[in-house]
Design a protein around this ligand. Sequence first.
Ligand code: SAH
Length: 226
Amino acid sequence: MSVRAEFDDWAADGRDKGMEERHWHTAKHALSRMPIEEGDTILDLGCGSGYAGRALRETADAGLVYGLDGSPAMARNARSYTDDPAVAYVVGDFDALPFADDSVDHVWSMEAFYYASNPDHTIEEVARILRPGGTFYCAVNYYEENVHSHEWQERIDVQMTRWSTDEYRAAFREGGLHVAAQDLIPDREIEIPPADAFPTDEWDSREAMAERYRTYGTLLTVGVAP
Ligand code: SAH
């Protein structure tokens, strides 16, 4: 199934908002670290409901914010949640970002980068459009060390890239970005039921669920354009 078909379905049954709620637990911590200055132009890659761009307008004085998504239905939903004229949602693909060289101050992406059909090329694209000193905040919950995420590939037809923390660093460098920071952001908000509630529909044991959220959480890799 294409990215478009898959995520158009998700948007149609409201999964854009479900993801927003879950991802916000860790996304807000990563977003608050972005070195945004007043008036900066921001791009959100794979924006889903578009919450990240709206938050950066509200909290960080971002200037223009673009959310790019391969699913027209996602972009349409995102548009419907705001009337801020400085926020634009565009349909596009990670393969060819519709932005000029050196035209974006900072790029954000949450739980989307690993769907790129050619992730190495997407990093080159990000490096191309970023102004010197601009950053790429790339947050993922699906990565090699997070063993509890591996089964996600079975639930979706779009091919996913499962890199390790080291592979993210190496690929950023290969694609033309310096690596300024990398760390795991735990999800301390999701409620983990007491031991006697396990197994649940999703989790065999309390330990596994705790490891997934509290130990691994979200992998954030921060690239900087030279
Ligand atoms: N960032 C949002 C959405 C994550 S879901 C959040 O945190 O909730 C991943 C999103 O990336 C989907 O909306 C999907 O349509 C988009 N996407 C996946 N592959 C893409 C690609 N190759 N080009 C553009 N968008 C893509």
